[in-house]
Ligand binder design. Structure first.
Ligand code: EPU
Length: 422
């Protein structure tokens, strides 16, 4: 298992290009199952999770052509079986979202239930309630969701009990081929949902309200092929901005989308960063200063994202002053705290509390660390960058799931980071 060896203490400085969004690309790949014509997806990041999705579609018989620029052309009409096996769904929850598109297009699907997850239980009840309301016949057997529908799914009125990104995406995709109108309320508003809707509209879907909490889909009989470019990854963008701010450095990020990161940029400005933005770039300069600690509460978009909570905690560890960080989206997303405290951080978390109290210290101390979630793992890389001496981050296959060439990108900014093959 590869590890990252980080020697801390460098102020990061330089320019980087941001990759396509993992969480957009994954779901857009599943949406290609709605069409008989080829769907070409561009700006797909080279990540382990994307490989897993390609493997899943491949094992269902879907043919794909990937060119040298990693544009992926998906021919879903070659599908031979409508089953997504446990082995693939358990490694990546996004695989579960092949259920709705297969059901809407082919009237049948068998998809393994995803099971537990390091950051919380992450149920799929909202997905299943929505599909049932649209007329699907769903039952569980041997750990699989077995779903079928006679004829087409039917448009329905769906009110989500919780704001769910995956649930909103799943029902929106399924509704595109349903008979009649689906009105979805209390929808999540994340940019990846808007990106998916834009792709579906290019395929001929009739969707309105994406990016607001009410989405209306008028079902159509079929969807055609299209070519779609995935939006920039806002979590990768935020991760690099926070890493640079933590080290007191400077960076210009190109191919980024600043309007997707408003809450994050405001917090970084509070931390003392000078930030300027263009349409597709963001420049951050800490002018060699230490950041000030910033308090925050994670919530669905447009509020501060849970996917950047661990990273900003790493910054707060060495910031001036103290702050509170409250996680409201996932139940168990504080596993980095213990590892950061082993590096000399002062973070307190009461049992069963959703709020961590961070008191900034002068410097962290390098240590061997590890985590079993993507964002927690990358936060330990940031902690290593602001630590004295060497930090070895173990289990970096989590980081490879969601960050393209992390060590090369950090090296471009001057970081002393090496991948050690075990
Ligand atoms: N929830 C339910 N029932 C459901 C669905 C969700 O109770 O049927 C709850 C979850 O347990 C959670 C909350 O609703 O407490 C929000 O979950 P959501 O469904 O929004 O999350 P998701 O769609 O499973 C996506 C991202 C996550 C990101 C979250 C929140 C993808 C592939 N994943 O997950 O990304 O943290 O939205 O923004 O889009 C990551 O990239 O590291 C990552 C975990």
């Amino acid at each position: 298992m590869d590890k990252l060896l980080i020697t801390g203490g460098t102020k990061l400085d330089g320019e980087l290009r941001i990759s396509g969004a993992k969480n957009s690309a994954l779901i857009i790949l599943t949406s290609s199952l709605l069409s008989n014509e080829p769907v070409t997806i561009c700006n797909v990041p080279h990540l382990h999770d994307i490989t897993t999705m390609i493997e899943l579609l491949g094992c269902m018989g879907v043919e794909m052509v990937i060119d040298e620029k990693r544009n992926i052309e998906v021919h879903a009409n070659t599908i031979k079986q409508f089953t997504a096996p446990y082995e693939l769904v358990k490694t990546m929850r996004a695989s579960f979202l092949v259920l709705g598109p297969m059901l809407a297009h082919y009237g049948q699907a068998e998809v393994s239930l995803p099971g537990g997850c390091a950051i919380g239980p992450r149920p799929v009840d909202q997905h299943l309630q929505g599909l049932t309301a649209m007329g699907a016949d769903i039952y569980m057997e041997d750990g699989y969701v077995k779903a079928s529908v006679k004829g087409r799914l039917k448009g329905a009125h769906i009110l989500f009990d919780v704001k769910t990104v995956g649930g909103t995406e799943h029902i929106m995709m399924s509704a595109t081929l349903a008979e009649g109108r689906t009105v979805m309320e209390n929808c999540a508003r994340e940019p990846e949902i808007v990106d998916l809707a834009d792709c579906l509209i290019s395929m001929g879907a009739d969707i309105e309200g994406q990016g607001t909490d009410t989405i209306v889909v008028n079902g159509v009989e079929e969807l055609k092929g299209c070519r779609h470019r995935v939006i920039p990854d806002r979590v990768e963008t935020g991760t690099f901005l926070i890493a640079v701010a933590a080290t007191g450095g400077h960076v210009k990020l190109k191919d980024a989308q600043p309007d997707h990161l408003e809450a994050v940029l405001l917090k970084l400005a509070d931390a003392g960063a000078e930030i300027s933005c263009g349409k597709d770039w963001i420049e951050l300069d800490m002018k060699g200063r230490k950041p000030k600690a910033v308090s925050l509460v994670t919530s669905p978009y447009p509020a501060f994202p849970t996917d950047l909570q661990a990273q900003i905690m790493a910054m707060n560890c060495i910031a001036e002053g103290s702050a509170t960080v409250t996680e409201t989206v996932f139940e168990n997303r504080f596993m980095h705290i213990h590892e950061m405290n082993r590096m000399g951080a002062r973070i307190k978390l009461e049992a069963n509390s959703t709020t961590a109290y961070v008191e900034g210290v002068e410097l962290l101390k390098g240590a061997p660390v590890m985590a079993n979630d993507l964002r927690a793992s990358v936060s330990l890389v940031i902690a290593g960058l602001v630590a004295e001496g060497n930090t070895i981050v173990d289990r970096i296959y989590h980081i490879d799931r969601g960050y393209e060439q992390i060590e090369e990108k950090l090296q471009l900014l001057g970081a002393n980071v090496k991948r050690i093959a075990a």
